[in-house]
Design a protein around this ligand. Structure first.
Ligand code: ADP
Length: 163
């Protein structure tokens, strides 16, 4: 049986921290689905479509085992609909832990066949979050090295446009 994992998140936008988790997960699973999980009433900087295109652009289109998708529905239902049974999440600081613990427990209650697997962040990406990156970039700070070049360019374009 194929080991398929789903890596859900906002990815608004994708950062080097996310990429680290994805690259490592591809060594553990046969297939990985990066899922832009969105809430239609929440505001985001990039549209769902823009986020998916950026993920595909920076991860390359050659890796056949990697898929990019989006969903606004119940995560465990999505996971089962794709024939997967693992939710992949990344952990940074202890502050991530409490929320992630709660999410893992509710998802397990919703479907006991689905397991949540955590990977510790690479130490370089400990403080890298999409929110901090957006905040720094919006104020003109350099986030070079924390996001891929394609994302850097898109962030600069967005914020220049908004000025
Ligand atoms: P963020 O918290 O940066 O806004 P997402 O909501 O897109 O990111 O997060 C999706 C998943 O990726 C979560 O499990 C989150 O903990 C993880 N993640 C985000 N940034 C990093 C990072 N720098 N290192 C490891 N995991 C991360």
């Amino acid at each position: 049986m194929k080991k398929i994992a789903v890596y859900p998140g906002s990815f608004d936008p994708i950062t080097n921290g996310h990429i680290d988790i994805i690259t490592r997960a591809l060594r553990m699973f046969d297939e990985l689905i990066v899922l832009v999980a969105y809430n239609p009433v929440k505001t985001s900087l990039f549209t769902v479509e823009e986020r998916m295109v950026l993920i595909r652009d920076v991860l390359g289109r050659d890796e056949q085992r990697l898929h990019v998708d989006c969903s606004a529905g119940l995560l465990v239902d999505y996971v089962r609909s794709r024939g997967a049974n693992v939710i992949l999440r990344g952990l940074r600081a202890v502050s991530d832990f409490e929320y992630e613990f709660q999410m893992a427990l509710i998802n397990r209650r919703l479907n006991r066949d689905v397991e949540t697997v955590f990977l510790m962040t690479g130490y370089q990406w400990f403080y890298t979050s999409s929110n901090l990156i957006k905040e720094a970039a919006s104020l003109g700070g350099s986030v070079e090295g924390l996001v891929p070049d394609a994302v850097l360019a898109r962030l600069q374009a967005k914020y220049n446009h908004q000025k």
